[in-house]
Design a protein around this ligand. Structure first.
Ligand code: PMP
Ligand code: GLN
Length: 394
């Protein structure tokens, strides 16, 4: 009766943890969204458009003014030469753009190379599109791949490779050397790279972002995906960008036309305005977030937690084993939200068949007081966990 892929699929960890946080009144350091409401001027623009603008269907590929603003934005910030009319499509979030790419590019039995930890929508959607996931497991603390790992997964059946950099949940930025290696494999195997770059502007400490589409041989075989929700800290807006050479764009549009067809016009207009008027925001946002990252890192380290480096995204990870906690990530996260009032994300949710990890992801895009209280509650969860461990051992 039901499709077996969906039948076997658990509810996404983000909904589970945010649901528990809401129900129990816990602080939510789980799902990645900021405490702050996002840039007021952009929200005002959307509000004004809602009242006075056109609220009927926008064109299927998106409003020309937004597609032009997207092309101009990437020319300015990443030196890309995208033709707005034939290479830029507006989608309902990066989530829809990813679904378009998988549905339009894969046929039954095609292989898709993915890196674990894998953002949780990829594998189910690849499989629903008929694809077979070939997984490369990345290891902390560097979360890198190498030639041997790629040789093991690329084959004559490889159709796509899915790259997420900066990587959610690892919070790592893929180094230039690894990008060049991946480009070499894509060209050699005639594979398309689906690049989830929603965190491209959320990078710290001078890391910068180099899109894979700019590497030799990649211009015609890359699908670049962005998200206004991440650019402007308006995660509920679900305005995404799908960018690719004209033949790929034409193909992906066939998926887009029957997934959502279009995205609310007032949001498109406001994002177009935001892209043209936000140089100050783009300069300040990563600095503010790096300060929050440092505050959470220092608080956690003071409490004895082992904190992994965060080079980008809203996230950092703690290693429970290295922090003296003898519980797996899921058990610890359930204890933290239920007994200590703080929600977090177990990183095992980003691995196939949920192998147990000892890594827990925390969102630091929060006010100082939320972060400080989060640290106190995580320390409480750690103490409760130790007490349970000790009494079980007696
Ligand atoms: N990809 C990654 C790696 C993400 O972290 C997210 C959301 N945080 C998305 C895709 C989805 O983006 P959107 O909300 O624009 O659909
Ligand atoms: N991408 C967000 C995160 O990693 C969650 C998005 C969602 O809930 N679908 O927290």
């Amino acid at each position: 009766m039901a499709n077996p892929i969906y039948q076997a699929l658990p509810t996404t960890i983000f909904a589970v943890m945010s649901g528990l946080a809401r129900e129990l009144g816990a602080i939510n350091l789980g799902q990645g969204f900021p405490d702050e409401p996002g840039p007021r001027a952009i929200r005002e623009k959307a509000a004004q458009e809602l009242l006075d603008g056109d609220n009927q269907y926008p064109p299927m590929p998106g409003l020309p003014e937004l597609r032009q603003a997207v092309a101009a934005h990437y020319r300015r910030t990443q030196g890309l030469d995208l033709d707005w009319a034939s290479e830029v499509t507006v989608t309902s979030g990066a989530t829809e753009a990813l679904a378009c790419a998988f549905l339009a590019l894969l046929e039954a039995g095609d292989e898709a190379v993915l890196f674990q930890p894998t953002y949780d929508s990829y594998l189910p959607m690849v499989r629903r599109a008929g694809g077979v996931g070939k997984l490369v497991r990345l290891q902390p603390p560097a979360w890198r791949f190498d030639r041997v790992a790629l040789e093991a997964v690329f084959s004559e059946r490889t159709k796509i490779v899915v790259l997420n950099t900066p990587l959610n949940p690892a919070a790592s930025v893929c180094p230039d050397e690894d990008l060049a290696l991946l480009a070499e494999f894509c060209v050699r195997h005639d594979a398309v790279a689906v690049c989830d770059e929603v965190w491209e502007h959320v990078v710290f400490d001078g890391h910068g972002h180099r899109p894979l589409i700019s590497y030799p041989g990649m211009r015609e075989r890359t699908v670049k995906i962005g998200s206004a929700g991440k650019m402007f800290a308006l995660t509920g807006w679900k305005v995404g960008f799908l960018m690719a050479a004209p033949p790929l764009t034409q193909l992906l549009s066939k998926a887009h036309q029957f997934l959502t067809f279009t995205t609310p016009p007032m949001l498109q207009t406001a994002v177009a305005w935001g892209l043209a008027n936000s140089d100050d925001w783009f300069a300040a946002m990563p600095l503010d977030l790096a300060r929050s990252r440092d505050r959470l890192t220092e608080g956690l380290r003071r409490e004895g937690f082992a904190v992994l480096d965060s080079q980008g995204t809203y996230f950092l990870n703690i290693d429970l084993a290295g922090s003296g906690v003898f519980e797996d990530d899921m058990a610890f996260c359930l204890r933290a939200v239920k007994e200590a009032g703080v929600a977090a994300i177990p990183v095992s949710a980003f691995y196939e068949a949920a192998p147990v990890t000892s890594i827990v992801r925390l969102c630091f895009a929060k006010r100082d007081e939320t972060l400080d209280e989060g640290v106190r509650r995580l320390a409480k969860a750690r103490d409760l966990s130790l007490r349970a461990h000790n009494s079980a051992g007696r």
